[in-house]
Design a binder for this molecule. Sequence first.
Ligand SMILES: [Zn+2]
Length: 341
Amino acid sequence: MQAVPIYSHGNSDVLKYVDNFPTPVPSSSEILIRVKYCGLNHLDIWTRMGIPGISIMFPHICGSDIVGTLQEDYSTFPEGSRVLIYPGISCNNCDNCKNQNEVLCNNFSIIGGLSNYNGGYAEYLSVPKTNVITIPDEVSDEQAATLSISYLTAWNIIKKLQLKKDDTVLVYGASGGLGMAVIQIAKALGIKIISTISDDSKLEFVYSLGTDYVINRNKKEISLEIERITHGSGVDAVVDNAGQKTLTTSINSVRKNGKIALCGTTTGNVANFNIRSFYSKQIQLYGILIGSKLELSELIEFINEKRILPKIDSVLSLNEVKDAHDRLESGKQLGKILIKI
Ligand SMILES: [Zn+2]
């Protein structure tokens, strides 16, 4: 089959398009999927580059936002049904798994991520049958291929932080997958959104998502602008997927007793921050890693009911995966980058 495996970690040159990769053979607990679309996430870049201390088997196929069709009947769904793949793999046996909180399982890993489960840059994929979720007719394949990582993470953040109508939230990187997802979901719930961009060419796009205020971080100091916009009180919550370079800004921008969700490290993994400011303001800090299968099902229902349409930056083919990674790393995209297979 056609696929884009990596044989080692490294820059985007390690993504090798081949047309003779062995088609997976599903075990009795698995099912074969013909992949139609795979959405890109920063997770794909971390997986490609590797993280010290985590080793995976090669060749490995990246890609975790997977939509395809069943290649055999499963439960009440006939062969050919359109499905979304829940990307989390866990033991299905521990208390966390039994309580539908599988992300906390000691054996949790992500299909196509830094795990030994191949992902969606391929014509076919074999996944545990329990990871299959059918897609409502109203949700297109392209939209569905944006949901399993960034939209699921955004959904989990808004639930865990218990954000509600008229709360104000600060979101960084509004034109990326997670930023866009938080803005669209928050908007649908009546939450006020302040988002940041790096250049004014993205202004129109970010307003079109439903954000209320946009700060160009290269022109204005974010926390001073937040102070001005919120009349000195600060925002109720910050969604911080940038990490190293933004945590101090997050602490300075959130109100007393406000909440910060840490959910990514796009600017680096290790941060210095002012501990006294943090506890003086009695800030609540949350760590968020995607979400459960149950939450993915809730999210699909919500997206469908609220008619949320994730914006697609570009759709590339399997032999253009390297270009897709380069575009994502450049930060120039407006919305999600998809691979069509
Ligand atoms: Zn478990």
